[in-house]
Design a binder for this molecule. Structure first.
Ligand SMILES: *Cc1c(COP(=O)(O)O)cnc(C)c1O
Length: 397
């Protein structure tokens, strides 16, 4: 047994200077990360945080290490304007959205560096958006559950009311309920709507119905379209940003681009909105090594993203394999994870919690969230073990 010396904040007397609403806040449970402090001897298949299962190739890590040694001055602040990275991101976003650039196209359709803001993970950008729109009683946010939990958590830390509506049976945002929620609110009107494309944990990209509803929203409501899994889905609303100044797209380098350790995300939107996010963010929000890493992966994007077909094929293989278990309901996914629920058990939440705990003991870590199980697509060997271990354990329910 190990003993802990840090006081348990949930049982301690609240400090009198802390805002009372934070006492009841359920913080995001971060992934332990790495192997440090891991008490079990076996290695764990970490298919619970939707990262790319592959680390950067050794040559790129060496390049990065070389930059760290030769080009980065540790005693100097990082580039606080991110100009070079913004230009490279703008080019990538333009190219990957199939927008035309260059003189022939009059540069009209391309995304410009002035439309990009870079954050310490897209989580930082989410917080900047909330600060810029809702803080101080200015507004509330609308989320549709189950969805990424950080929207609600960040809003609560800033004292921003969260209005949560349900999704339909196929996990689309219930747009009728959303419309009612928007019309009903008098005090602190809905200022920001969070759409996820594709949604986590359910894996579905935005439907035609959802997109139509977003297009019709009044221009005093900001629509955040979180495209953290764009590289897997290849579906984006970037081409529509020009006609919707109240939309903003969020992306991250943490998933397909293999840089979760470096914490780099970005927003794409109207230059005025982007300028506001720049105003709100911390001046040196990204370490020099993370800026260098993001530039490096963009330069090598073709090689790095070449692994994506393997991951989406593996996703489809995992879908077929898990669908064969009568005790599971599995949904199709546009991302690098699958959403699953247990069927035919009396207390599904309890059964799923037990399955997650047992799986972990057997060496596979998955996530229990939003009334179901979210299973990331790992390497083929990891996926084989996921299927085999789930199959073995389901017999005990
Ligand atoms: C992983 C994830 C993010 C967070 O990305 P970071 O850039 O690592 O902060 C944002 N949104 C969704 C939906 C995610 O799944």
């Amino acid at each position: 047994m190990t003993t802990t010396h840090s006081p348990n904040p949930s049982v301690a007397t609240p400090l009198p200077f802390i805002r009372s609403e934070l006492a009841s806040l359920q913080a995001y449970t971060p992934h332990p990360g790495g192997t440090e402090g891991q008490s079990v001897a076996i290695s764990i298949d970490r298919v619970d945080t939707n990262e790319n299962p592959y680390d950067l190739p050794l040559e790129l890590k060496q390049k990065l290490a070389q930059m760290w040694v030769e080009a980065i001055e540790s005693n100097r602040y990082p580039d606080g304007g991110h100009q070079r990275l913004k230009a490279e991101i703008a080019a990538y976003v333009t190219e990957s959205a199939g927008l035309s650039v260059g003189a022939a196209a009059g540069n009209e359709d391309g995304i410009l560096p002035s439309q990009i803001s870079v954050g310490n993970g897209s989580d930082e950008l989410l917080r900047s958006i909330l600060i810029a729109t809702c803080v101080g009683g200015a507004g509330s946010i609308l989320v549709a559950a189950p969805t990424f939990s950080m929207y609600g958590i960040l809003a609560q830390t800033l004292g921003i009311p969260v209005v949560s509506i349900d999704r339909t049976a196929n996990f689309e945002v219930d747009v009728t309920a959303a419309q009612t929620a928007i019309s009903d609110r008098q005090a602190a009107p809905i200022r920001v709507v969070f759409m996820v494309h594709p949604n986590s944990p359910t894996g579905n990209a935005l439907s035609a119905t959802e997109l139509d509803w977003m297009r019709g929203l009044p221009t005093d409501i900001l629509v955040v379209i979180d495209e953290a899994y764009f590289e897997f889905s290849q579906q984006t609303v970037v081409a529509e940003l020009a006609s919707h100044p109240n939309w903003i797209v969020l992306r991250t380098f943490s998933k397909a681009f293999r840089l979760a350790a470096h914490r780099v995300g970005y927003a794409v939107g109207h230059p005025q909105l982007i300028a506001t996010l720049e105003q709100v963010r911390l001046p040196y929000n990204l370490p020099s090594i993370s800026l260098a890493a993001a530039e490096l992966v963009l330069q090598h994007r073709l090689a790095l993203l070449a692994v994506l077909p393997e991951i989406t094929n593996e996703r489809d293989r995992l879908f077929v394999a898990l669908s064969k278990f009568d005790a599971l309901k599995v949904w199709r996914s546009d991302a690098n994870f699958l959403y699953v629920r247990m069927l035919g058990v009396e207390n599904a939440e309890l059964a799923m919690a037990q399955l997650v705990a047992k799986l972990k003991i057997h060496g596979t870590s998955i996530r229990h969230t939003g009334g179901g199980l979210r299973i990331s697509i790992g390497s083929p060997a990891e996926n084989d073990r996921t299927i085999a271990r789930i199959g073995d354990l389901l017999g005990s329910f």
